[in-house]
Ligand binder design. Structure first.
Ligand code: SF4
Ligand code: SF4
Length: 134
């Protein structure tokens, strides 16, 4: 996707999704060091877990808002620009149509919210995320 919750062209399915930034698809992202993490995230209070190998920072990322990376035009960790979920890879490979992917994301955001308010079982939600995004 060229980076979590990002993408500057209209072909991107990532803008408005952000499921890989909010802790839904992955719980941590690897960083090389403090400079890779970068000043914008450090300014938002993000800290590296240095004991991990490789070092990581924990999601949800404080820079994501309504599925959009608010620091996209600034420095982001390199992992953000490299990450592709299974769904976005499917679109890139031409196996999933853009509109289909957008409908899946929309349904998943609704499912995430239902999961957060306790009306969807955690196992059901994880199975859905596994099958579509991981
Ligand atoms: S979960 Fe996938 S589609 Fe959503 S922002 Fe991340 S890479 Fe893009
Ligand atoms: S900096 Fe945060 S919000 Fe932006 S792409 Fe990376 S994880 Fe997502």
């Amino acid at each position: 996707m060229r980076g979590l919750a990002s993408g500057s062209d209209e072909q991107s399915i990532c803008i408005g999704c952000g499921l890989c930034c909010d802790g839904t698809v992955v719980t941590h992202l690897a960083v090389r060091d403090e400079s890779d993490l970068g000043a914008p995230l450090q300014g938002l209070g993000v800290q590296i877990i240095a004991a991990a190998d490789p070092p990581v920072f924990e999601l949800p990322c404080p820079a994501v808002c309504d599925g959009v990376c608010t620091i996209h035009s600034l420095h982001r960790p390199s992992a953000c620009a490299q990450f592709e979920c299974t769904l976005s890879q499917g679109v890139l490979d031409g196996k999933v149509a853009l509109e289909e992917a957008r409908m899946v994301i929309s349904a998943t955001l609704a499912l995430r919210d239902a999961h957060r308010n306790g009306s969807v079982n955690a196992d059901v939600f994880e199975q859905h995320i596994d099958s579509v995004f991981r």
